[in-house]
Design a binder for this molecule. Structure first.
Ligand SMILES: NC(=O)c1ccc[n+]([C@@H]2O[C@H](COP(=O)([O-])OP(=O)(O)OC[C@H]3O[C@@H](n4cnc5c(N)ncnc54)[C@H](O)[C@@H]3O)[C@@H](O)[C@H]2O)c1
Length: 463
């Protein structure tokens, strides 16, 4: 099939490469000239494991092209994916300006040669499918010459469907080939049939397994869930809100564990073994972050507000998370008493391991708060130091090239992002180079025993 994907960020680029791998002709349209230039040279402009090789491979095979010519890409395509960003506005509402521009441009580019399917892959509020349809129609009208009475041109035909994306940064390629489900929101029989056909190799797992993303053991068919438009849009927001709520729940229990002398790791293990609850997303720590949870929970609350519907659970989810980001500061104060003039080393900056994404990263909140309190901050992240320097030029921290460099002359280390390499450090050596051998494990990811044996004071969360 001929496919156009608009927006070559984390979602658009991974989607483009995966669909190209499955044998579709994909044009990924990117408006940012730097990002596009880099992709046309075969370089992925952000870090996602395996994506560089995968994009190179699919581009070399001729199935994946990069362009800034939306008009041509739309004209060629049978299916047009919208995968642009929908960040939060300061009031919590999603900023849909990128979607708006793209929808109108698609409308202007459409011709009447065949019926197009326009797929909303960006995370958008309930009702956006209808809104995009209206914008595309406006684009169509604006591009049509005023017809002579006798020569009325045939109007382009299109349908808008929702196909929310559930991939996780850090495992995006595997998540695309082996998803828990594929959701398509539409009541248009033809569109559903085309989408089913597009995803058939994934649903049936009939593709040649790429060496970069081996199929998990016992993985079989993928549920293809067809819903109406509004339900598909709500599924995406509800899924993220539920995951954020699970983490906030674990964090609330962690606080209580500290009061009563229980260990949250044991508590969450005990509750997670109940199949109705499940083990995932019950890790206590410095809280959730990233490009999706915060903005999607806020957007969901905003939708509810429009209907004057209370969302107490969502509000609590956010409040617990805001409080949780600062628990490490309280722990530092408990141990070091005065933070002014202290040097604290942050292990990790990205919002989670295996990505360089710094959007809404807890490390940034912690760093700004420590600086405000008069401490010096050092930081080492295996991949996002450079990105942080560029995106946060006013963040006055000392960037380090290794864990050893980070530990040297610090009064405390704080594990903020649980990169694998932080789990295999020579703690004895690090302890010797520190002014005060204190480690705050903000992710409960390290062995308390190993760290204590190395002569350091260990403080976890809820332990
Ligand atoms: N990142 C994730 O993990 C994730 C997961 C699931 C869903 N989502 C959703 O997917 C959407 C995209 O997220 P992302 O993280 O890939 O965003 P992103 O900001 O990384 O990428 C968006 C891309 O779209 C490009 N763009 C903007 N306007 C354009 C235009 N007019 N023409 C062509 N390109 C244009 C931008 O330059 C950018 O490269 C968002 O709605 C997000 O909520 C993201």
């Amino acid at each position: 099939m001929d496919i156009c994907v608009i927006g070559a960020g984390y979602v658009g680029l991974v989607t483009s490469a995966c669909l190209a791998y499955l044998g579709n002709h994909v044009t990924a349209v990117e408006a940012n000239p730097e990002r596009l230039g880099s992709l046309q040279k075969g370089l992925v402009p952000f870090f996602e494991p395996g994506l560089q090789e995968f994009v190179q491979q699919t581009s070399e095979s001729g199935f994946l092209l990069f362009s800034d010519d939306l008009d041509q890409a739309v004209k060629r395509a049978q299916i047009i994916f919208i995968a642009v960003g929908t960040p939060s506005l300061p009031n919590g509402e999603p900023d849909l300006s990128q979607v708006m521009v793209v929808a109108r441009s698609i409308g202007s580019a459409l011709d009447a040669k065949h019926r197009r399917i326009i797929v909303n892959k960006s995370t958008v509020p309930v009702g956006s499918g209808n809104w995009v349809e209206m914008l595309v129609s406006q684009g169509v009208q604006n591009s049509q010459p005023v017809p002579a009475r006798s020569a009325r041109p045939e109007a382009p035909s299109f349908v808008v469907v929702s196909n929310p994306e559930f991939l996780r940064e850090g495992s995006a390629i595997a998540d695309s080939f082996y998803p828990d489900r594929i959701v398509v929101g539409s009541t248009d029989e033809q569109a559903i049939a085309v989408m089913k056909n597009l995803y058939k190799p994934i649903v049936n797992q009939s593709f040649d397994v790429p060496s970069l993303a081996p199929r998990p053991k016992d993985f079989s068919a993928v549920p293809f869930v067809v819903t109406d438009l509004a339900s598909a849009e709500l599924i995406k927001y509800s899924a993220n809100a539920f995951l954020a709520m699970k983490i906030s729940f674990a964090n609330e229990i962690a606080g209580l564990c500290e009061k009563v002398g229980a260990d949250v790791s044991q508590v969450t293990q005990g509750i997670g073994l109940d199949y109705r609850i499940g083990k995932a997303f019950l890790n206590a720590g410095v809280g959730w972050g990233g490009s999706c949870f915060g903005k999607d929970v806020s957007a969901l609350m905003q939708v509810a507000k429009e209907y004057n519907y209370p969302t107490s659970l969502l509000e609590a989810t956010v409040a617990v998370n805001e409080r949780q980001r600062l628990v490490v500061i309280k722990k530092l104060q408990d141990e070091l008493k005065i933070l002014k003039g202290r040097t604290v080393g942050l292990m990790g900056l990205s919002f989670k391991p295996n990505t360089d994404d710094l959007r809404d990263a807890p490390a940034l909140t912690i760093a700004y708060q420590l600086l405000k309190m008069g401490a010096s901050v050092k930081a080492y992240d295996p991949v996002s130091n450079e990105r942080c320097k560029i995106l946060h030029p006013t963040l006055d921290i000392q960037y380090c090239d290794s864990s050893e460099d980070l530990a040297s002359d610090t009064d405390a280390l704080v594990l903020v992002t649980e990169w694998e390499q932080f789990k295999r450090l020579d703690w004895k050596k690090l302890a010797k180079s520190m002014r005060w051998p204190l480690l705050i494990d903000g992710r409960n990811a390290l062995s308390e025993e190993d760290i204590t044996l190395a002569g350091m004071t260990y403080r976890g969360v809820g332990r």
